[in-house]
Design a protein around this ligand. Structure first.
Ligand SMILES: Nc1ncnc2c1ncn2[C@@H]1O[C@H](COP(=O)(O)OP(=O)(O)OP(=O)(O)O)[C@@H](O)[C@H]1O
Length: 426
């Protein structure tokens, strides 16, 4: 089965197993349907299952991006309209462009209404492999998708191998769109790129995305944590791309040694907190350009998108009922200062999925098991204190300002909650 249920890049990047390769060979395909109509989803699921394939459904673009991060699909079947009353295909085209930008060799077949020939043409120009008109005939639908997967990849101006490893970065904020744009620009160049940002923000994922857009994408990069002396030996005779973690933690002598050890032919992608500690000579070799991963706090509503994604993935992985976040929980997610950034948010969500009954994640379920005592002095930035205030406010809203219930949900006594409410002016 091609589907992976982890959010971890190495699994998500693994190619599909039972796929059609080349033309004509039959095999089990893994297909993602992006359509908000449950009747369509049900009918297509049956059609593909009867043909020996597997079809998952995403109800819209956001859910589709989330699924594409967690699993590798042989084909995407994409409806072109989602919002009520829209029929211009704009939403579908935007989704198609985004999927193709992340993975230029993605196999997308669009679904249009009979009157939508203009939309189908626009979609083909934007990189769709084929289109299906509604109402469809099952045999024709399945045959079209099988043929589209089997067909040779179009010759676009990207390395064909890039399709092997689409490392997808979720997030629709301007900051993440800029990041993706830089990945697309620098990935294919072969230049030394340093990926900076806070730990847990997605630096490794970004480095893998850069590699996935390069000519050497078919070969996994060599990963070396430079803090581990023993790992340095793997540099000898290395080829392709090397992911160098923490060059900024080396002193000047060790940086000079690294420069000598790096084989000339390798492409370096470095991961560091900051570029400043690197000597100019090492910067020239491994950090010709910098790609800064924005902290979660600078990504607006992306935190909520990520939280929904992690909830969905965790629910599948742990076989828990579909995990939905309440409105208050989403407020708490966005307001929270997540220690360890995206990874910290993922951990909080995974824990909540495991601890929550009934598949609904409340704000209280996201609170740390033992609320941190508020002894810090305000730092001026958005810190623990703001996070605690947001979580308490969300819990109060969720329990309709019933202090007893909110306190119980937060694992606090009523008195402790009152003291914190007073302190936070709630
Ligand atoms: N934009 C994103 N979309 C989807 N998943 C993400 C995103 N950013 C981070 N993640 C996930 O969050 C986790 C942490 O990301 P990653 O390992 O890339 O962080 P990092 O900055 O390299 O941390 P460190 O350097 O401390 O290992 C991973 O599971 C990764 O898949």
């Amino acid at each position: 089965m091609a589907q992976q249920l982890s959010d971890e890049p190495p699994q998500a990047l693994r190619p599909a197993v039972d796929t059609l390769s080349g033309s004509g060979r039959s095999g089990r395909l893994s297909i993602l349907l992006v359509d908000d109509n449950p009747a369509v989803a049900e009918a297509m699921e049956i059609a593909f299952r009867m043909a020996g394939h597997r079809l998952d459904t995403a109800a819209g673009p956001e859910a589709a991006y989330s699924r594409l991060v967690a699993a590798r699909y042989d084909a995407v079947l994409l409806d072109m309209n989602f919002a009520a009353g829209r029929s211009d295909g704009g939403e579908g085209l935007a989704c198609l462009e985004r999927i193709a930008a992340d993975d230029p060799a993605a196999c997308v077949v669009v679904i249009t209404a009979h009157s939508g020939i203009r939309i189908a043409v626009a979609a083909m120009q934007a990189g769709a492999r084929d289109f299906v008109m509604k109402p469809w005939r099952n045999a024709e639908l399945v045959a079209k998708v099988e043929a589209a997967v089997g067909r040779a990849r179009p010759t676009v101006a990207v390395p064909a191998a890039a399709s092997q490893e689409p490392a997808r970065l979720l997030g629709e904020s301007a900051a993440m769109q800029r990041l993706r744009e830089l990945v697309r620009r620098f990935g294919p160049t072969g230049a030394g790129v340093i990926v900076t940002g806070p730990a847990g923000s997605g630096r490794t994922l970004t480095a893998l995305a850069l590699h996935a857009h390069s000519a050497g994408a078919a070969t996994p990069p060599l990963r070396i944590d430079l803090r581990d002396e023993a790992a340095w030996d793997r540099l000898d005779g290395a080829a392709g791309t090397v992911l160098l973690r923490h060059p900024d933690q080396l002193d000047a002598v060790a940086q000079a040694r690294l420069l000598e050890r790096l084989p000339l032919a390798v492409r370096c992608i470095a991961i560091a907190d900051s570029v400043a500690p690197l000597t100019p000579a090492l910067q020239r070799r491994v950090a010709t350009v910098e790609v800064a991963v924005p902290p979660l706090a600078a990504r607006g509503e992306d935190a909520v998108l990520l939280a929904r994604h992690f909830a969905r993935v965790a629910a599948q992985r742990f076989a828990r009922p579909g995990a939905r976040l309440t409105e208050a929980a989403e407020t708490a997610v966005q307001a929270g200062a997540w220690p360890d950034q995206v990874r910290g948010l993922a951990l909080a969500i995974e824990r909540a999925v495991l601890l929550t009954e009934g598949g609904t994640i409340t704000a209280a379920a996201l609170a740390p098991p033992v609320p941190a005592p508020v002894t810090e002095t305000p730092s001026g930035g958005f810190g623990l204190i703001d996070a605690e205030r947001a979580v308490i406010a969300a819990a109060l809203r969720e329990h309709r300002h019933n202090v007893t219930h909110a306190a119980a949900a937060l694992g606090l006594s009523r008195g402790a909650l009152y003291r914190r409410m007073t302190r936070h002016g709630l």
